[in-house]
Design a protein around this ligand. Structure first.
Ligand code: ADP
Length: 211
């Protein structure tokens, strides 16, 4: 992907994606530790925008009723998940409420960045159609057997559960097809440093940065 001609902000946005356990968090942490690059996490934003008293939560309640709240007034995530699971129309309504709120908050956080570029970690870039927020896409990739071992040891999940999660995500090929840059994470974490360093240098060149 080339830089957007319409890019008007002062910060360039690298979308970081990869399958579960591929190493997105590890890679983002390295950019932050080595070069103080800001990392914006879509998962955290998605949880924050539906917190108590947030407009998106009020809109969800207006649409689906108080039943989707826990006794303490928080969003009952398992209940909502169940509700929309087999009902695509309801899922669409939910997405129409949550997605704009997430995108808006992403833009707010991006606007506060005082570096030439930032990372926006989004597990599902390959699955979503709107990629307009990103200037480049960085895919963290690793062999599926390694990916499974890492998820099982991190999350203590059963083999079958991890397989099911991986199946529900975009395939490795689909992810690689949208990549501008790729970090291969098959080796020890020490091998990530060099790759991160090289990419950082190329981003600095690309974005004409002096910070
Ligand atoms: P993601 O954010 O993509 O789900 P993580 O960065 O959390 O993936 O990595 C998944 C797990 O694998 C974590 O426990 C992490 O510490 C571990 N891990 C990541 N990269 C490596 C590596 N190169 N070598 C060993 N363990 C790794």
């Amino acid at each position: 992907m080339t830089k957007h001609i319409t890019h008007t902000g002062s910060t360039f946005v690298i979308g970081v994606t990869g399958g579960i356990g591929s190493g997105k968090t590890t890679v983002c942490n390295l950019f932050h530790e080595l070069f103080a690059i800001p990392v914006i996490d879509a998962d955290i934003i998605a949880k924050d925008v539906v917190k108590k008293n947030q407009p998106a939560l009020q809109a969800i309640v207006a649409e689906f009723g108080e039943d989707v709240l826990t006794d303490s007034g928080e969003l009952d995530r398992p209940k909502v998940k169940k509700l929309v699971f087999s009902q695509p129309a309801k899922r669409k309504i939910l997405e129409r409420i949550v997605h704009p709120a997430v995108r808006n908050e992403m833009r707010v956080q991006i606007s506060r960045v005082d570096k030439s570029y930032c990372l926006l970690s989004v597990p599902l870039i390959a699955e979503s159609t709107d990629k307009s927020i990103f200037d480049r896409i960085l895919v963290v990739d690793c062999d599926e057997t390694i990916q499974m071992e890492r998820v099982i040891s991190r999350d203590r999940l059963a083999n079958e559960t991890v397989v099911a999660i991986m199946k529900a995500q975009a395939s490795r090929e689909d992810r690689l097809a949208i990549a501008d840059d790729v970090i291969i994470n098959n080796g020890p974490t020490s091998q990530l440093n060099d790759q991160v360093q090289l990419l950082h240098e190329s981003y600095q060149d690309l974005f004409n940065a002096d910070n």
